[in-house]
Design a protein around this ligand. Structure first.
Ligand code: PXP
Length: 247
């Protein structure tokens, strides 16, 4: 069992709401401060190619406002590499990105793109960033992540969460089994294991209970829940659910 399971709060969708109206409100920096105050272990923000939520200026403003680590989610492009190197966040999480997708669908193709990705992450690691690769819990992708020297993988929980929400227990349990196996394989290869995407109070427990998992990154559900109970309350309840599962 790793130490306390860390919670990274993804604040992208505060920026989604801001951008829906233009202007400056709601302010993702304020959300980052609230998350830090209520015990988040890190803030996650994804600067997408189309800037549909987080924008360039948000990155510096968030880093300025918090003392907990920023996990900068980014596509494997030269533009994003330059931005990451300019800001030097604590962590860089490499995600696949297609302009037309609504959210990050599927994991990064590492096995089929290893040489390019190895060259891509080198300068980020050299600059002191903890690099993670957002991948499916697929043995070939996990092995490739280890081969190219990424210290961390984040396993995609989206399919597990979708099946959970649909009430398809057979498919959900099959996905959970893949995640359990993936976490073990990754840990055996010396990788730190994170998980995220789509997690809710209802779906988080079996994931939080996995002894290999060191960090969860959760955003969309927390922001929706914040409409009803406030952001601090939503994060605190997620923290409670994670701790209960871990305990
Ligand atoms: N982890 C990664 C790598 C992601 O891309 C996302 C979505 O931006 C998340 C975690 C959080 O997913 P959700 O917003 O569904 O909780």
């Amino acid at each position: 069992m790793t130490e306390r399971l860390r919670l990274g709060v993804n604040i992208d969708h505060v920026a989604t709401l801001r951008n829906a109206r233009g202007g400056a409100l709601p302010d993702p920096v304020r959300a980052a401060r609230v998350a830090q105050a209520v015990g988040a272990d890190g803030i996650t923000a994804h600067l997408r190619e189309d800037r549909r939520h987080i924008r360039d200026a948000d990155i510096a403003a968030i880093m300025e406002a918090i003392t907990i680590p920023l996990n900068f989610e980014m596509a494997a492009t030269d533009e994003m590499q330059g931005i990451a190197l300019a800001h030097g966040p604590h962590a860089a999480c490499i995600v696949p990105e297609r302009r037309e997708e609504r959210t990050t669908e599927g994991g990064l193709e590492v096995a089929g793109d290893q040489d390019r990705l190895a060259r891509f992450i080198g300068p980020l690691s050299d600059a002191g960033m903890r690099v993670s690769l957002f991948i499916a819990a697929d043995p070939a992708q996990i092995a490739a992540a280890a081969r190219i020297g990424a210290p961390v993988v984040e396993l995609h929980t989206g399919a597990y969460c979708d099946h959970h929400a649909e009430g398809d227990t057979q498919a959900r349990d099959a996905e959970l089994a893949r995640l359990i196996d993936g976490a073990k394989r990754a840990a055996d290869l010396g990788l730190e294991v994170h998980m995220g995407h789509g997690l809710t109070y209802d779906s988080v427990a079996p994931i939080a209970a996995l002894p290999e998992v060191a960090e969860l990154n959760i955003g969309h559900f927390l922001m929706g829940e914040a409409l009803f109970v406030g952001l601090a309350g939503a994060i605190a309840e997620m923290r409670r659910a994670m701790d209960a599962a871990r305990g």
